[in-house]
Design a protein around this ligand. Structure first.
Ligand code: TRP
Length: 322
């Protein structure tokens, strides 16, 4: 049976953290064997929030090399940078003619971003059309996203159906895959781990910074001889790295008087360094040898472009571009 094509995009934004890893990236790595995975760095989408050349360049390089260092494999999957495949932006123009303004005006993400101070320009307004183009250009079967992206995916389906109804079945209508049972990963302050709350533990951060973030994980004031609460950020974070048996051992230690949060924090630090040790070495290799990354970007671009240009030429034929 033909493998399903799964597509995912991520904006290049700062240092990846363990919340990203246990949320989305680990799923992607697993998908590589069971599906035809397409994964890209959405640097054109980042243009809606970053207007500093160096920052965008650096973030794009980092995001791409992070994915490879963490285990995305260009031999199994297609991994590229969005702006390297211009067919997608050409398709965006065509799709915008199948996108009603009312649909865009109902975008909760647009409204939130403007409320949070982003400039309400046309790039931000038509962000969902570019996203639809990302998905439809590659004839994706399934798009796994977080809950915050659900509306964008519904818009994509809406646009694709409208096009197909007008010009015939050119696009695959993608399925939305929301991981409902994904657990919330808490940051060091107990809120959801997120770059925008500055409460993350970065995977590729320098050791001292990772350590200081771990030391800053909030704990309660339970005394040394009291049992400790496991419904807390430190326990939650450590558990991510433990199998069931080890997790139960940790539970027992929490229930037994005498546990020091400091020792758990030191263990967690060792555990994180150990868990990501190969990945951190590989990331360092890419930082020392950036040309390796540029070569891999080129391999990805070629593979992605074959599919996108095929879709684009079908689309152009079907709408009457001579
Ligand atoms: N908007 C997505 C986000 O911010 C990133 C993205 C761009 C994307 N294009 C996509 C995700 C296509 C999935 C499919 O997370």
């Amino acid at each position: 049976m033909k493998k399903k094509r799964i597509l995912s995009g991520a904006q290049p934004s700062g240092l990846l953290h363990i919340g990203n890893y246990f949320g989305m990236i680990r799923r992607m790595i697993d998908f590589q064997d069971s599906s035809d995975l397409f994964c890209f760095i959405a640097n054109y989408h980042s243009l809606t929030s970053i207007n500093n050349k160096e920052e965008l360049e650096k973030n794009t390089f980092n995001a791409f090399s992070d994915l490879l260092a963490l285990g995305l494999d260009h031999k199994k999957s297609t991994i590229w940078v969005q702006s390297h495949v211009p067919e997608v932006t050409e398709l965006t123009w065509i799709l915008s003619n199948f996108t009603s303004v009312g649909l865009m005006q109902r975008s909760t993400s647009y409204k939130d971003k403007v409320a949070n101070g982003l400039s309400p320009n046309m790039g931000l307004f038509s962000y969902p059309v570019l996203m639809a183009s990302d998905i439809l250009a590659f004839q994706s079967d399934i798009v796994p996203v977080g809950k915050d992206q659900k509306q964008h995916l519904e818009m994509t389906r809406d646009i694709a159906v409208k096009f197909n109804n007008t010009h015939g079945p050119v696009f695959t209508i993608p399925e939305i895959d929301i991981d409902e049972n994904s657990e919330i990963i808490f940051g060091i302050d107990g809120k959801k781990m997120s770059k925008s709350y500055d409460n993350t533990i970065p995977i590729f951060g320098n050791e001292e910074f990772v350590k200081s973030q771990i030391m800053n994980i909030v704990t309660d004031s339970a005394g040394l001889n009291e049992p400790k609460d496991i419904d807390t950020p430190l326990f939650n974070m450590y558990s991510l790295f433990l199998d069931k048996e080890k997790r139960n051992e940790l539970k027992d230690r929490y229930a037994t008087p005498g546990l020091k949060y400091m020792s758990i924090k030191n263990e967690l630090f060792e555990c994180i360094m150990d868990y990501f040790s190969e990945q951190r070495t590989l990331k360092q290799h890419y930082l020392d040898n950036p040309d390796d990354i540029f070569d891999l970007m080129e391999i990805g671009r070629k593979k992605a472009e074959i599919i996108a240009s095929d879709t684009l030429s079908n689309v152009k034929k079907s709408i009457g571009m001579v």
